[in-house]
Design a protein around this ligand. Structure first.
Ligand code: ADP
Ligand code: MG
Length: 784
């Protein structure tokens, strides 16, 4: 029996899924696998685990497991459900990559999908669980897809063993055919339950009516399937460049002219979110306890929190239970990943003001205060939780968010949505592996999800900062992630699960055979898979290449929660006492963007000279960390090693980071990852006995040589050779490097330690296309 507070009970009764409790529970009882569709905010994530709990699914010893593609959702939903059920977080708990509060009493466990995948590697039958809920399946994250494929096999196995388990797949959109009409996945299609609200049916009818009208510029349109109707307003024109300025203007207009109701603004990344937050706070300041709520608030609060954390943890690194990590560093938070590339420094917060003539016209107007909150994946949980709390009296709520607000979190009281129509994604070139972050148009399905955020509590409005013609050119749905990125990590994990013929795996959407082939090729070259036979007919060889069994080295590599190239380096790290260094380098390469980026527009002489001073200091530090002689040849990897070493030596303080151009958050993440990798290494080779040393001495010359060889073993195919003088036909090749896969030259970035050295042969971590094709993480090699 669950003892809920009356106010909670009342709020629950308003949720559409509650009306379907019986239908859902019947279906779960009668079927092994059930698909549940319901619009965002209908109560799937918070209520369905409670239904299962109340029906006794957690009382026979097994837990109710819920997977989320985003850490944000796993943490905040576990808190919400514990709160609604009046149970402690020791009973309704969460587990994400580095942390969790799971106890032996846990009955409902929220986790990221990567965590569950790792658990499958330990116990294929998942005997701890009686039900698994795969939430946000419409997001089609790689792990979600793989988990559904695996669970489609695990559930029948459990039944055979007389230990029945249920699978529930929940989606915010009705597009579930990839799961239900996929005979390889489920031989009998699972039943699909659709949660619809009554007003939804009304607005669906309205929608039909609107379909007959031709859609002209600047018109409005009704969106179907919302609890309350949402009127969509398209822009006449589509700003191609400065959509953040447009988002700012539109928000100001709404705030000045329209009746009360929260505003939710969708942008693409952390930097944009902060910049728009700042402008809005400037335009409509509001005072809290006589203290101005300014843009620095988040930062100082963050810092305070970090300091507190640090005090607690400065003695030793947290010991991380090996059960507790996700298989791989997930791409989650990609929207924030580029932070280092385009993030502006909070300190110089006003730089972006005044670059738009319109903005200078916005005079601060404290008579109509706006309560502005940012929301994005990597924001600290306490900051994220603010959006659920009531906004201060007299102030309108305005949340400036990335994609996280699209389906994972429902913010109460939103009446207006401002949608820039774009999303930031990482793109990979399938052949060359070159990656780049690009802001692209989102899909129609996503845009409609965003619009729907406005109709939760009453009829709402969505302002699209693009024309209806542009909208009609959007693709209908977003592609499954698995078709968009390299799959070497997944293939290795699957081989470790003894799935030899990865091509035969029941993917909801299979990755291309090229992607599978190149993953398998890479893993063979790293020694993680056995070499296929070299003789025989072409077709047989092709087939054999796609079903190579895993080697003992491959198993060891699969145990490390990093991508296969880095896992290989860890596997070789024991030579000459290099392990602590390799662990540090791998952690730093995995975390990305550890340096603060200072390239941004400045508005005054003073700013510009201050910035120049910081830049000079930072590059001086980087030169210092790069060292000389042998060390310098380790290039950017030596800089990483030096930076982490110096930072840890100084106690990893925000002050040290600030003064030396390091991102504090990144340094903390590296610290956690070092702890985790150290534990993993000790677990894999019991006699390795490495520990994390905060006062790590720099590597000796012979160790540096060894480190370069180890790095080469992992990144051997990322080799580039300096263009020879006689080949310099074209000026564009000046200082360029040639790689086997690209016709164009690639370059060493000016911020690299080897920018001036220009060694003949280098290996690189990756190629990122920004203004040019730049190699990142460059290290000199002497290939034999
Ligand atoms: P779904 O999973 O179908 O999108 P949820 O179960 O996440 O829906 O949300 C149901 C309702 O619970 C929403 O109206 C949302 O506003 C509310 N809710 C969720 N989390 C919180 C929270 N932390 N505080 C207050 N309300 C919340
Ligand atoms: Mg949900």
């Amino acid at each position: 029996p669950v003892d809920r507070l009356p106010v909670i009970q009342e709020a629950r009764l308003k949720l559409p899924v509650l009306a379907e409790e019986q239908v859902i529970m019947e279906a779960v009882k009668e079927n092994d696998c059930v698909v549940l569709c319901g619009e965002t905010g209908s109560g799937k994530t918070t209520q369905v685990p409670q239904f299962l709990y109340e029906a006794g699914y957690a009382s026979a010893g097994g837990m109710i497991g819920v997977t989320e593609p985003r850490r944000v959702a796993a943490v905040s939903m576990s808190h919400r459900v514990a709160n609604e059920m009046n149970l402690s977080t020791g009973v309704v708990s969460y587990q994400i990559r580095y942390e969790g509060n799971v106890t032996k009493d846990t009955k409902i466990k929220f986790m990221t999908d990567g965590v569950l995948l790792k658990e499958i590697q330990k116990d294929f039958l998942l005997q701890k669980y009686s039900v698994i809920i795969i939430d946000e399946a419409h997001e089609r994250s790689v792990y979600t897809d793989i988990l559904i494929g695996l669970l489609s096999r695990i559930v029948p196995l459990r039944n055979k063993k007389g230990l029945p388990m249920k699978l529930l797949v929940m989606s915010a959109t009705l597009r579930v055919e990839d799961f239900t009409e996929n005979k390889r996945l489920f031989r009998t299609p699972p039943p699909v339950i659709k949660v619809l609200a009554i007003s939804t049916i009304l607005s669906a009818l309205l929608f039909l009516e609107f379909q007959f009208q031709s859609i002209s510029e600047g018109c409005t349109e009704q969106v179907e399937a919302r609890q309350f109707p949402v009127t969509v307003h398209f822009n006449k024109r589509t700003p191609m460049e400065d959509y953040t300025a447009e988002a700012f203007r539109k928000t100001c207009k709404i705030h000045r002219m329209l009746p009360p109701g929260g505003i939710l603004v969708f942008l693409t990344g952390q930097a944009e979110v902060h910049s728009v937050c700042r402008r809005l706070r400037k335009a409509f300041p509001y005072r809290l306890n006589n203290m101005e709520h300014t843009e620095t608030e988040d930062t100082s609060e963050e810092l305070r929190k970090f300091k507190k954390q640090k005090q607690k943890k400065s003695v030793s690194l947290p010991r991380i239970d090996l059960d507790n990590y996700s298989a791989l560093p997930v791409d989650e938070g990609d929207e924030d990943r580029q932070a280092g590339i385009d993030d502006d420094d909070d300190e110089c917060s006003d730089l972006d003001l005044g670059d738009q003539p319109e903005d200078t016209e916005e005079k601060a107007d404290p008579s109509i205060p706006l309560y502005v909150l940012p929301l994005y994946s990597l924001l600290a949980p306490e900051q994220q939780a603010k959006v659920f709390r009531p906004s201060p009296p007299g102030a309108r709520l305005c949340v400036v968010a990335t994609n996280v607000a699209e389906t994972s979190l429902t913010i109460p009281g939103i009446k207006y949505v401002v949608d820039c129509g774009r999303v930031k994604k990482r793109f990979y070139d399938r052949v060359t592996g070159v990656s780049s972050f690009k802001v692209t148009w989102t899909s129609q399905a996503s845009a409609n999800q965003r619009a729907g955020r406005a109709g939760r509590t009453e009829a709402g409005h969505c302002y699209r900062l693009y024309s209806s013609a542009v909208f009609s050119d959007f693709s209908q749905f977003s592609e499954a992630e698995i078709t968009r990125r390299p799959v070497d990590d997944l293939v290795l994990q699957m081989k470790d699960l003894n799935i030899e013929k990865v091509v035969n795996f029941p993917f909801p959407t299979p990755p291309s055979s090229e992607a599978l082939m190149s993953a398998e090729q890479l893993l063979i070259s790293l020694g993680a898979l056995e070499e296929p036979p070299r003789q025989g007919r072409m077709v047989d060889m092709e087939r054999a290449r796609l079903s190579c069994p895993i080697t003992p080295l491959g198993r060891a590599m699969a145990a490390f929660p990093v991508s296969p190239r880095y896992a290989k380096m860890l596997a070789l790290g024991r030579q000459q006492g290099c392990m602590p260094y390799i662990i540090t380098i791998v952690a730093a390469m995995t975390v990305r963007e550890i340096f603060e980026e200072l390239d941004r527009p400045v508005s005054s002489e003073e700013e510009s000279s201050k910035l120049a001073g910081r830049k000079a200091r930072f590059s001086q530090m980087r030169r210092l960390w790069a060292g000389q002689g042998q060390s310098l040849l380790l290039g950017d990897l030596m800089v990483l090693l030096g930076a982490v070493g110096a930072c840890e030596f100084a106690g990893c303080t925000p002050k040290f980071c600030e003064e030396n151009g390091l991102r504090y958050k990144a340094m903390l993440e590296i610290r956690r990852l070092r702890g985790q990798l150290t534990n993993a290494v000790n677990a894999v080779c019991s006699d390795a006995s490495v520990c994390v040393d905060n006062k790590m001495a720099p590597p000796t010359e012979s160790q540096v040589l060894c480190l370069r060889q180890i790095v080469l073993a992992g990144l051997g195919d990322h080799l580039a050779r300096r263009v020879q003088a006689e080949e310099l036909l074209d000026l564009k090749w000046k200082n360029g490097y040639k790689t086997p896969l690209l016709d164009e030259p690639v370059f060493i970035h000016p911020s690299s330690a080897l920018h001036k050295e220009l060694p003949e042969f280098v290996i690189y971590q990756e190629i990122m296309e920004t203004t040019k094709m730049y190699m990142r993480g460059v290290c000199a090699v002497q290939p034999d």
